[in-house]
Design a protein around this ligand. Sequence first.
Ligand SMILES: Nc1ncnc2c1ncn2[C@@H]1O[C@H](COP(=O)(O)OP(=O)(O)OP(=O)(O)O)[C@@H](O)[C@H]1O
Ligand SMILES: C[C@@](O)(CCOP(=O)(O)OP(=O)(O)O)CC(=O)O
Length: 419
Amino acid sequence: MAAESGEKWVLSVTAQTPTNIAVIKYWGKRDEELILPINDSISVTLDPGHLCTTTSVAVSPAFTHDRIWLNGKEVSLSGGRFQNCLREIRSRATDYEDEKRGIMITKKDWEKLRVHIVSYNNFPTAAGLASSAAGLACLVFSLAKLMNVKEDHSQLSAIARQGSGSACRSLYGGFVKWIMGKEDNGSDSIAVQLADENHWDDLVIIIAVVSSKQKETSSTSGMRDTVETSELIKHRAKEVVPKRIKEMEAAIAKRDFPSFARLACADSNQFHAVCLDTLPPIFYMNDTSHRIISCVEKWNRHEGSPQVAYTFDAGPNAVLISKDRKTAALLLQRLLFQFPPQSDADLNSYVIGDKTILKDAGIEDLKDIEALAPPTENASVQRCRGDVSYFICTKPGRGPIVLADESQSLINPETGLPK
Ligand SMILES: Nc1ncnc2c1ncn2[C@@H]1O[C@H](COP(=O)(O)OP(=O)(O)OP(=O)(O)O)[C@@H](O)[C@H]1O
Ligand SMILES: C[C@@](O)(CCOP(=O)(O)OP(=O)(O)O)CC(=O)O
């Protein structure tokens, strides 16, 4: 066996994993430990070019315990969710051999070898941008590659699910369904891909990161309270979501934007309604979120058919899905009119991601924002300067990938510590 503690080698893998936004929401568990939901959910994977997690994982006989560094800082790995993911991956590890480097690791060795995990999110962590989804999916995916796990993405999704429910949907690109499953052990509670990211590539997504000083209720405790106290959630899980899931699958298959938008908006609103039906009530959206909904609703009504869908997770940030680029440029004009940046802002950091949308909207500098006219359907709308922190322009994107280029590793190949 080559995995002796006196040896120096460090074996590592680096992967990149996207985040996702649900258009039919997961809210409520039937099993807290295994993270089994009370309904199916559907999400869109976001382009990892703009929002993603990069994780490097390594093993070496020289490592003395499992460790994780998140965004440059060592954090505890002792949490039950991290431990469950590690245990599940280790139990599926298979023999690995690198003849050139003289490394041979047997299935038994993997149980004893300790791992170092170094992870970095290219967007704010714990800011309501689903960092836990991208982060836990990336942890599971990179460890599975390192430990030569043979399971497919759906089986890996059942492990990522135990890190954070929504993480299971980040194992695929495009449009993804998390099937709630029926088994008590969770083996059939997995994610499947409905369509890849090229299936509906007209869609453009604009995220409004809404300023919020408030401490939010975490999704985990919020949904626990909802299941314990809300009557409405029972109706939602039993009657409403199963029907919506079927309709949403059909809308995605047919690229039927009006149905897609109607369902996504209705489901986001019902999710926030069950939060309000919780005791004590949970408020995730704020006045700015409500103003954004109103802006989209007025515009959609004026046009006679949906141009844009909105959806909000457990926080005030708006995720706006436009039917095409032209609509996205018109949406950005409306958003920038209503939510201009502070006068000392830098346009480059106020609108990030795919900046070509900004160009299409005819905006090259801050003066162009000040010169914007109010939308015809909402001519008397007030400007709310500084209520949005920044906007991210993105699109549906691909699933996890391994980054084979050694220079992209976050781990020093000599020391096994963060670079
Ligand atoms: N790259 C990562 N690798 C491993 N774990 C991560 C990573 N990023 C985030 N996490 C875990 O997710 C936690 C943050 O999850 P939390 O649900 O609070 O925020 P969020 O996912 O950014 O927001 P929200 O769930 O409201 O969309 C972190 O404290 C950490 O435990
Ligand atoms: C509102 C949501 O974003 C809830 C996400 O909840 P989490 O996946 O963060 O919760 P845990 O499973 O407890 O980790 C809706 C969704 O993503 O479907």
